[in-house]
Design a protein. Structure first.
Length: 517
């Protein structure tokens, strides 16, 4: 089975070997493989010592042992193919300091290699600027050649083989380019340009895996039989012996078929030409290639207004606004306005291309710093009416309802806890609103605690609240607050505790003022 940062198992035949024996096995195996290639007349220009060896290799998890295996492999390469480059390969260039640490370990153990290679998948591995910076640092510090050993990008968001894809419109990844053939070509072009022109000692880029296409069945069941019989896809059930937690559960199919450079029927995509085009140039007409997704948020009860234009991503990677027509009726927009908290995916057409808009109907919180996450009382007015020993904003996640901060109070003396915490609200449009705030605590004795709303300085509504025990949050809720848009409005909480002798204490968190729809 293959290797990646989480899969660095030893071959079955090497299980249980001590490091000395395994080192010898690596040397013998490498000699054997390369000798067969040489004797068959194969021109080997580079040999890689392991794959994405992020601190692990062939079952070893310490650099003290890993370096022995790398040294053995490198020695074998030098003996059979003296002119070949020896490469090491790592992943996750976005992980701050990791590549510098790997290079330092290799230098410390004097591992013999020529090329420091990186995986770079733009949807996972950060920016090209960062890639250039970390590889240039290694090239200049250690005098090594550098390259990208793996990269790829999706030419379509669609699944072509009935097996879910790593990259799609619903993936929680960075969408650096459109999921189109042009987007795929632009991604590869930019990676090559980065290594060739912005990275010291950059020597090349490898695309992986450009030929991993669907097997062509008409259903998942039909494909599954082919995958299992012929070993197509990323793994078969036989891989479970090596990787029971991943391959053993999800074998079959291919999660990157939409990142191949061939269509599902096997015909080459135009993006395959990119490797020649970066050498010899091309000046095609600049046209719209895809439409950027639009994301909008609206407060409950407010009108949903869709944009008249959206950004088209052009074939050269630039963007420009183009008119859009949305496939939605006024009645559907009204239903979204009145349908409560929800998310809607709308479609449309812009410059002949499909457009997509995600509309979130939210209970917008009009309060400033509603959970005290600023670490202070920004937005709030504290009015101390007693003589509490402690009354401040506290950073303690275990005592918070949401986030890590909350308002804390404590006092040892009876009848010393008395205060209001209030926030004036400005710029609030006329409408009907809902206010809530939460409290928990203990040792409070008799209490008088309530949430309140003030209009023009007078309390217009209250909601009684209780302090009972640690972790038992009580939320005061005031519904149907009618606001005409001209009044002065403020919301708050009033707290008075007799205390039961051990000191009244409590926490206040997660205030909200939102439209009632």
């Amino acid at each position: 089975f293959w290797a990646d940062p989480s899969k660095q198992m030893a071959p079955k035949a090497w299980e249980g070997m001590e490091i000395e024996e395994k080192t010898e096995a690596v040397y013998d195996y490498t000699i054997d493989c390369l000798t067969k290639l040489r004797d068959a007349g194969v021109d080997v220009g580079m040999v890689q010592l392991g794959n994405e060896t992020n601190g692990r290799l062939c079952g070893e998890k310490t650099w003290f042992n890993i370096q022995y295996l790398m040294q053995a492999g490198s020695r074998a390469v030098r003996e059979v193919y003296p002119e070949a480059l020896v490469a090491v390969h790592f992943a996750n260039p976005e992980s701050e300091g990791s590549y510098a640490a790997y290079a330092s370990k290799l230098a410390y153990y004097d591992v013999d290699y020529d090329v420091f290679a990186s995986s770079y998948y733009p949807f996972w591995h950060g920016t090209l600027d960062n890639l250039a910076a970390v590889l240039t640092d290694i090239a200049e510090t250690y005098g090594k050649k550098v390259m990208v050993m793996e990269t790829s990008y999706a030419y379509t968001p669609e699944d072509t083989d009935f097996f879910p894809n790593t990259i799609s419109d619903d993936s929680a990844v960075t969408k650096s380019y459109p999921y189109t053939v042009q987007g795929q070509a632009n991604s590869v072009r930019d990676v090559i340009d980065t290594i060739a022109n912005r990275t010291a000692n950059g020597i090349g880029v490898v695309y992986w895996e450009g030929t991993w296409i669907t097997v062509g069945g008409d259903s998942h069941e039909e494909n599954a039989a082919l995958w299992e019989t012929y070993g197509s896809g990323w793994a078969t059930s036989f891989a479970a012996a090596y990787d029971p937690d991943d391959a053993g559960r999800y074998y079959g199919g291919c999660a990157v078929d939409n990142q191949a450079m061939f269509a599902p029927d096997g015909t080459p995509l135009p993006s395959l030409q990119i490797f020649n085009l970066v050498r010899f140039g091309n000046e095609p007409a600049i046209v719209a290639d895809a439409i950027e997704d639009t994301a909008l948020s609206f407060d409950l009860g407010s009108a949903v207004v869709l944009p008249d234009t959206v950004n088209a991503v052009m074939s050269d990677g630039s963007t420009r606004p183009v008119p859009v027509v949305w496939d939605v009726t006024e009645a559907e927009l009204a239903a979204m306005r009145d349908g409560g908290v929800n998310v809607y995916a709308l479609s449309g057409t812009a410059d002949g291309l499909p457009a997509r808009c995600v509309v979130s109907m939210e209970a917008f919180n009009y309060l400033t710093n509603p959970g005290f996450e600023s670490g202070d009382l920004t937005g709030w007015q504290l009015n101390e009416l007693g003589s509490a020993d402690e009354l401040y904003v506290e950073d303690k996640v275990t005592d918070s309802l949401g986030g890590t901060w909350h308002m804390h109070f404590w006092s040892a003396a009876e009848n010393s806890v008395a205060f209001t915490l209030e926030q004036p609200v400005t710029g609030l449009p006329a409408g009907t609103y809902r206010y809530s705030i939460s409290i928990m605590g203990g040792d409070a004795g008799e209490t008088d605690v309530y949430a309140y709303v003030k209009l023009d300085g007078e309390i217009a509504a209250t909601a009684p609240m209780e302090i009972t025990a640690y972790g038992s949050w009580d939320t005061g809720v005031i519904d149907d607050i009618a606001y005409d848009g001209t009044q002065e409005i403020a919301v708050g909480i009033s707290v008075q505790c007799q205390g039961s002798g051990a000191g009244a204490w409590g926490k206040i968190d997660d205030a909200s003022l939102s439209s009632a729809g």
